[in-house]
Design a binder for this molecule. Sequence first.
Ligand code: PEP
Length: 251
Amino acid sequence: MRQPLVAGNWKMNGSLDSVTALIEGIQAGLDTVSTAEMAVCPPFVYIPRVAGLLEGSGISLGAQDVNDQESGAHTGEVAPGMLTDIGCRYVIVGHSERRSIYGESDEFTARKFAAARKAGLVPILCVGETLEEREEGVTEQVVARQLDAVIDLEGIGAIGECVIAYEPVWAIGTGKTATPDQAQEVHAFIRGKLATLDTDVADKVRILYGGSMNPGNAADLLAMADIDGGLIGGASLKPEDFLDIGRAGNA
Ligand code: PEP
């Protein structure tokens, strides 16, 4: 049985005051979320503040990105060991905004994934197709290529120790959600592909859906056989919406 994971990606939003209010709001309703693991991924600079607020809460902490190097002359970057040092369990790698805005390749993403694991972090590996790719009918090839870059570098066993997030790029921040059937189809493809290499890994890896998930569509998405939670952008900035999505995963 895979425990659902509902992870908030706050992106480049917030202030000391607003992240404090957000965490307090989530904590106030957390006892109504009975099944899902809840996690938040604040901007780097707010992670220490959020870590302090989360102590003993059971909410997991993550970061939104990481460098592939352990230390050194990489101005402006954050090393994986720094994230474990300040209490992170998860780190998002390969988010479509990193891939499209900052030109990060499948190979670079795979190196970040490897570096994160080496430091003891659990990578949340994002994969997903653009609208153009979906219309060309190459969704599965794109997702397979993004996964293969990691499997080639780290091996299939590493996938069993991470979280995958299927995020169709056309659904991120657009208000256009994949239908439960559209999402399930790709999730089943991912699990099936992994099963050709290792059935245990395929059975245990959590595959999250991301892309305009909100309180109105979360229950239907989370009811699908291969959807094990959500990576939530916009709705994770509103405590009640984030909690509603968490509650949609209640068994
Ligand atoms: C995301 O950025 O990972 C995401 C899913 O964003 P949104 O929920 O806002 O579409």
